[in-house]
Ligand binder design. Structure first.
Ligand code: URA
Length: 209
């Protein structure tokens, strides 16, 4: 079963409070999401593997560690996931960025993929799928299906706010994908919004309505 990690670092919780506040405008919302994404990237990369190399400091020889594991791919789910990309790239600047776009079929309400563009070396990368909100879990599940169909094997999912319904659906569909969140909220409302959540993440990031 996939593990769920809630990042309750005080800086993340502090910034999340202002992200949630409806008085926070687009500029501040965008900046805060970017900052929280950087902080979450710091936590989510804790298990990256290291190897020893020998270097020479101005004083002498030493063995020191550098990253040795697979390279990273970041996959924002369009469109709100884009708001978290730059924050992650600040810590992992060499990561490649793929995109997955989904729309909801009005009849079946199922997410359908309309755009997928991934790095060419899918099998060789560890992927972090990002979306600020994990609500029903439908988009996250479908985005991860899209990646797996194309050969991805190591995938993590990261979001700001999750509903218990979405966490359970994602765990059931993808038991191999660990979930990293800044806050686990109460529930979904009848319109599929997370309560208390932060509203529509895409609209708040891009200033649309
Ligand atoms: N997507 C959002 O942007 N907000 C929610 O509360 C749920 C899904």
């Amino acid at each position: 079963m996939a593990k769920v990690y809630v990042f309750d670092h005080p800086l993340i919780q502090h910034k999340l409070t202002y992200i949630r506040d409806k008085e926070t405008g687009t500029k501040d919302f965008r900046e805060l999401v970017d900052e929280v994404a950087t902080l979450m990237a710091f936590e989510i990369t804790r298990d990256m593997s290291l190897e020893e190399v020998e270097i020479e400091t101005p004083i002498g020889l030493m063995k020191s560690k550098v990253l040795s594991g697979k390279k990273i791919g970041i996959i924002p789910i369009l469109r709100a996931g884009i708001g978290m990309v730059d924050g992650i790239l600040k810590l992992i600047p060499a990561a490649k960025v793929g995109h997955v776009g989904l729309y909801r079929d009005p009849k079946t309400l199922q997410p359908i993929e309309y755009y997928v563009k991934l790095p060419s070396d899918v099998e060789e990368r560890d992927f972090i799928v990002i979306d600020p909100m994990l609500a029903t879990g439908g988009s996250a599940i479908e985005a991860i299906n899209s990646l797996k169909k194309r050969g991805a094997t190591h995938i993590k999912f990261m979001c700001l706010v999750a509903a218990p319904e979405g966490v359970k659906a994602l765990q059931d569909a993808h038991p191999d994908v660990d979930i990293y969140i800044a806050a686990l909220d109460e529930k979904l409302n009848d319109h599929g919004y997370i309560v208390p959540g932060l509203g529509d993440a895409g609209d708040r990031l891009f200033g649309t309505k």
